[in-house]
Structure formats: C-alpha cells, structure tokens
Design a protein. Structure first.
Length: 332
C-alpha cells in the first residue's frame, strides 16, 4: 500500500500566501459598509469565531471521545487575559504594523492562558473515566464567571469596555481556517488515530500501549488554547466584555454546534457552527416565537438524524472532484 502523499513545503507556503491575500482582499471589501451590509458582516465575523470554537471543542468531544461542557470558561479566560493586556498596556489602537503586532500578542496570550487553564483542569479530571470531565468543566466555567464578577480590575459585573478594536475579517477567518487545517491534519496523523482508539475503547487502547492520560490531556489543552484564541478575537471585535456572555448557556450552544454537525467530523463542526449562527438570525422576524421554533427544529433534527448532519464523514477535495464527472455526465 503506497504512503499517503501530501503537498510539499513550497506548495503549502504558496497556498497559505494565496489564502492570506484572498482574506485580506475580502476583508477590505466586506468590511466597507458602502459595499457590504454591516449587519451581514457582523454575522460573518461571529460565524468565524463560532467555527473556531466548534472545531476546537470537537477535538475533545468528537475525536477523543470525552465530554467537556465548559468551553465558554476557557474562552472567557483567553478573552479577559488578552483584553487586560491590550487595555492596560496598549490602551488604544494605533494603526499599521503596531496593531498587527498587538493582535498577534493578544492571540498568543489568550491561547496561552486557555492552555494553562486547560492543563489545570485536565490533569486531575482526565485521569478518571466517565462523566467526571463534564462535571469538572461545567464547574470550572461557573467558577471563572463568578471570579470575573468579583475582579474589579476587569470590570466586574459591569463588564470591561474600552478594549482596543483590533480584530478584523482577516484575523477571524485566518484563525478559523487554521483551526480547521490543524484539526484535519491531527485526525489523519498517528496522534489522531491514538485519540480515536481512546474514543472507541479506552481500555483496549491502554492494552495496546497508548498513553491514554497523556493523549487526553494534550487534546484537552489544545482545545482549550484554541478556545482562548477565539476569546481573544471576540474581545477585540466587540471591544466590550461581560461575564454574562460566557455562561453555561454559551457552552451548551457550542456543544449543539458539534452534535448538530456530527461528533468527530471537522466538516460537521463547521456546518453546525454556520447553522447555529444563521438560524437565530433567519428566525428573528418570528419575534416571540423565534426561540420556540429554534428549539423545535433542533429537537426534530436530533430525533431524525441523531448522528448529526455529517455523521463521521468529512468534506474532502477528492470527494468533491468525484462529484464533478457525474454532474458532467448528467448534463450530456
């Protein structure tokens, strides 16, 4: 059996450069309120952040087979840590290369803070089996929210305003695409196979020599770091943070994205994030009935398609190319 061939380093760098250029061009066009609706642009920005959150949670809940319900807690750690850095040190946007440097610093600090929080929570809880991780992460999310409410340096219950607005379309979707690429490469690597083995049968994986604790903690820390990065993007887009934005309801919303798309499927997590972002907006005209219709649609989908929209399938270039000849043949 021949080894799987990938693209070379030069081709990968060229692809990254092309994607970066496209994102920069799209950002300049879509971010112009004279050319594109400002409300639709905000939905695109929130969608990109949700894609990062859903795909990162899928690493733990889907790929590793664990169950974390405190993702919003790690998002809040990254959001408030990065916001404190720019609020107290940078103070205001300066434009040009300085803003780029500060945005990179904010993303790095947010990701590092999320990773440290994930390590602190994951080390003791992931040594246990069952639903302990769900209980611990839910408690962690609420503890963080209550701590923020009592820390006056980050605004306490009134929230933190005046954060420099550094997040752009480029940063949101560059992080989202990078998270998707990282997740897909991890899933097809030997480390990803080890995580899948743990998901299917942890005891059998241990008997085969897989260090289950190390792999679970590593996946959890990576997922928490990416949630922290998403929090940093959110903080520097809205320029305002409030503890109510990171309640357990926000964590459940991210879980719904993963389950809706299909547990273990990166493509499904993206689809779920897009749907959950758009659905409330599409139903906004229904006024008071909006949330009821929203809930009923989700319940029906869970009953009729419990494995999620994508199941465990992935959207690949090979799969898309396979569809093209069929369509061409039908056209004839």
């Amino acid at each position: 059996m021949s080894p799987r061939r990938g693209i070379g380093t030069g081709a990968a760098l060229l692809l990254v450069a092309v994607l970066a250029g496209l994102l920069a061009i799209l950002g300049s066009v879509l971010g112009n309120p004279e050319l594109f609706d400002a409300y639709a642009f905000r939905i695109l920005m929130v969608m990109g952040i949700n894609v990062t959150l859903a795909v990162s949670l899928n690493l733990v809940n889907g790929l590793a087979g664990q169950f974390s319900i405190g993702h919003a807690g790690f998002m809040s750690v990254g959001a408030y840590t990065s916001a404190a850095l720019t609020y107290y040190v940078m103070r205001q946007a300066q434009g040009g290369a300085a803003d780029i440097a500060w945005m990179v610093a904010a993303l790095a600090v947010g990701g590092l803070a999320g990773a440290i929080a994930g390590l602190v929570v994951g080390l003791p809880s992931l040594r246990l089996r069952g639903d302990y991780l769900a209980i611990v992460t839910l408690g962690f999310g609420e503890i963080i929210r209550i701590l923020i409410l009592n820390i006056d340096a980050v605004g306490g219950p009134r929230g933190l305003s005046g954060i420099p607005r550094l997040t752009s379309f480029f940063w949101v979707w560059a992080v989202a695409l990078g998270t998707v690429a990282l997740s897909r490469n991890l899933a097809t690597s030997t480390h990803g196979r080890a995580l899948m083995a743990i998901r299917e049968d942890e005891l059998a994986a241990e008997c085969l020599g897989v260090n289950t604790v190390r792999y679970k903690v590593a996946a959890f820390v990576l997922s928490s770091a990416l949630a922290g990065v998403a929090g940093a993007l959110y903080a520097h887009y809205d320029a305002y943070l409030n503890p109510a934005s990171f309640s357990f309801l926000r964590s459940f919303e991210i879980i719904i994205m993963v389950i809706l798309g299909g547990m273990g499927s990166t493509s499904g997590a993206v689809v779920g994030a897009v749907i959950i972002t758009l659905l409330p907006e599409l139903l906004r005209s229904a006024a008071q009935e909006r949330m009821v219709v929203y809930a009923v649609l989700l319940i029906l989908l869970m009953l009729l398609r419990p494995q999620g929209l994508m199941g465990s399938r992935e959207v690949t270039l090979r799969g898309l190319r396979a569809l093209w000849p069929r369509r061409k043949g039908v056209a004839r």
